[in-house]
Design a protein around this ligand. Sequence first.
Ligand SMILES: CC(=O)SCCNC(=O)CCNC(=O)[C@H](O)C(C)(C)COP(=O)(O)OP(=O)(O)OC[C@H]1O[C@@H](n2cnc3c(N)ncnc32)[C@H](O)[C@@H]1OP(=O)(O)O
Length: 496
Amino acid sequence: MNRIDNDLRSIQEARILVENAREAQKLLAAYSQEKLDRIVACMAEEIAQHARELAVFAQEETGFGNWHDKFIKNLFTSEFLYQKIRDMKVVGIISEDKENRTMDIGVPVGVIAALIPSTNPAATTIYKTLIAIKSGNAIVFSPHPKARKTIEKVLDILMRTAEECGLPSGAIAYLRTVTVSGTAELISHKDTALILLTGVPKLVRLARRSGKPVICSGPGNGPAFIERTADIKKAVRDIIASRTFDYGIVSASEQSIIAEECIANEVRHELRQNGAYFMSPQEAQQLSSSIFRSDGSLNPDFVGRSASEIARNGGLCIPADTKVIIAEQQYASAANPYAREKLCPVLAFYVEKDWRYACEKCIELLLNEGRGHTLVIHSNNEQVIREFALKKPVSRLLVNTPSTLGGIGATTNLFPALTLGCGAVGGGITSDNVSPMNLINIRKVGYGVRRIEEIAPDKLLQTSDTGYDALCFADQQTADLPDLNELLNKLLKQLT
Ligand SMILES: CC(=O)SCCNC(=O)CCNC(=O)[C@H](O)C(C)(C)COP(=O)(O)OP(=O)(O)OC[C@H]1O[C@@H](n2cnc3c(N)ncnc32)[C@H](O)[C@@H]1OP(=O)(O)O
């Protein structure tokens, strides 16, 4: 089949899937929370049985990351996330304030178009499906071409299980012929209500041009600041565990370390003790030209690879037990590749005189890339932590925890999510760890509790007992404007 036929088929498929999803969602919108919850429970239970096999499959198909950490991520979504959402009230009456006589009603947004990154195909697909159905929405996926088989495998299991448990057919679906034209049709179709986009930087512009609301996770570039009062051994252990998790492909992961000058040597020592290799300036120069392509984009051959594989592909000779590779840096400029997101176990290392300078360096790094994403601080000085929290252009500030796992809500009490909103600065509509609550509209119900005169009783003329009469009085005033002017003139004369 030639390219044009493929595009046409893909566009046609997208239209049919969205139209079917729209009809399925109409049925779903009438389901109670309990009925939706039963379907979500069946899906979570079934997919957890396949967590290991899907992790192995994803790693084999994409070459990114390692199956062991992908297995953890699959369990994180099918078990940990499921436990968190199990008792959430998302649709129907979700809250009622009897005293103030208001009520919130959760209303599903409708049909969601979902894009999945090649770096995290199984866990992100599980996560998006569970939160979409929990919130009574239909969801149509456009699988990443490099991870298509994994995404299809996950969705086949989820669709079969959900439909056996009562989900209307078409409420979960995916494009089988994936092209950019088909994806464009899916996200801009008139019946698509919302785009849920994770990774895939090349399609972000397309999503924004559709004019639909976009929930997206922008690029990360989180620095890790180690302040002088930190438990240095623990901070270093956290950073290495985080940077090596799934070989560094989670966007919340640390991309650089900033150490205060007075503890910098101790931090270097600990890093070496824990498997870090510090490159010479020549080695750093050589590796940076391999990690990034000439157009400035990341070279996928280095993404989600172990330190030894990165060294081998980049022509470096490093000890066999190296876990992370470090380049000492001074500047956080756009021209410095180490000041960017690297998606592999490579870190920049900066030294700053004190926490105020470190604060500035963090801001420079985040303005360079990763605005609105995540930052981590290791410190036991509550005042510095608060100063940091008040000033940084991020949506998540993590404290004394591995950034990868803290950001997604595994080692913190942030909501467990694999789409991390970066707010308006990141080009999306939320800065939240995206949850089912981001996939509904809230219909506000308010009972009448006061008359209009009561909103400013000392400033409004009380003409009668009812608010309606007060409004009529206002109308009457407008009709009698000349008289009102006369009155004003008289008043002015009296005052002068
Ligand atoms: C919480 C989290 O962890 S968030 C997610 C993790 N972070 C990321 O994914 C980081 C951002 N990703 C990237 O920088 C890149 O995807 C990389 C470096 C990982 C991989 O790069 P690549 O292998 O070149 O894949 P890339 O995602 O760019 O897509 C490859 C092609 O598939 C296309 N494509 C991807 N998804 C789709 C889709 N749904 N429909 C149609 N085409 C698609 C892209 O447009 C691109 O086309 P092109 O090569 O003709 O330009």
